[in-house]
Ligand binder design. Structure first.
Ligand code: HEC
Length: 240
């Protein structure tokens, strides 16, 4: 429950149930990338107009930090109840750092030091920082959807994260909610499981949305690791 709930209620009524911060992140990220490209090429090719464009991008990126952080804060309160998750803490740190960095850049420009190499360094470091922000944003959304595993099952967990997790978060099913991995008959023994991932079918025998995983993608040995992981963390289906 937060003071932002009415806003999310209106969005939901309009049919929009996604977080609102991610779309806006393209503004500061894109502008920082553009600043780096214009800044570097302007300097290398001695095109003052391009360097000027880089400085405009810098200013706009700085401006867009404000609404982006605000929406990030709102999503954090709404979807994560303001919980101090590690990726959130890292993102707050990186966003603060980016703000200081871009502010220093603007001060350099305002005080007539726009030729300074420090400005180029700022473009580069800001670029790396937004990369980090994007990475941890991705971890927040896609991380933590694979049930935790003891070290012996780590290989299977990695296979699950890379091949299955997007459609089967936590062993569920994001596309066909009734076809979940948890308790699925396809886990009753390894040959059944292997047969399934090699050629998954709908109940009516037709091909459904689940892609097939041929040995080039997941070898028999890897399939075994994946199976051991799924059985280990989700348990076997009830017999019968
Ligand atoms: C693109 C989305 C997608 C990916 C990726 C995917 N699945 Fe599926 N999975 C589905 C869908 C949809 C179904 C329902 C049946 C179908 O479409 O064939 C399903 C069904 C299943 C079932 C049977 C559930 C039941 O109803 O008994 C199992 C088990 C399963 N998937 C395991 C996996 C494993 C293991 C991986 C990774 C190697 C994987 N899936 C990757 C979408 C996906």
């Amino acid at each position: 429950m937060t003071i932002f709930n009415p806003l999310y209620a209106v969005l939901t009524a309009m049919g929009f149930t996604d977080p609102i911060h991610p779309p806006l992140t393209h503004m500061p990220i894109g502008l920082v990338v553009a600043a780096l490209i214009f800044g570097l090429t302007g300097w290398l090719l001695r095109r003052p107009a391009w360097s000027q464009a880089a400085r405009y991008c810098l200013g706009l990126a700085w401006l867009f930090i404000f609404p982006t952080v605000l929406l990030g804060f709102m999503d954090w309160q709404h979807y994560y109840q303001g919980a101090w998750l590690l990726p959130i803490i890292v993102k707050i740190g990186l966003a603060s750092f980016l703000f200081v960095l871009l502010s220093i850049g603007l001060i350099l420009v305002k005080t007539g030091r726009e030729e300074s190499k420090a400005l180029l360094a700022i473009y580069l470091i800001a670029f790396l920082t937004v990369g980090g922000l994007g990475y941890f944003g991705g971890r927040l959304v896609f991380g933590g959807r694979a049930p935790a595993a003891p070290p012996a099952l780590e290989a299977g967990k990695n296979l699950f994260e890379n091949n299955c997790m997007a459609c089967h978060p936590n062993g569920g099913n994001a596309i066909m909610p009734q076809a979940i991995i948890i308790g699925s008959d396809m886990l009753k023994d390894f040959p059944t499981f292997l047969g399934w991932i090699r050629d998954p079918r709908l109940d009516n025998g037709k091909k459904g949305p689940m892609p097939d995983f041929l040995p080039g993608k997941i070898s028999d040995k890897q399939a075994r690791q994946l199976y051991d992981y799924l059985i280990g963390v989700l348990g076997k289906p009830p017999a019968g």
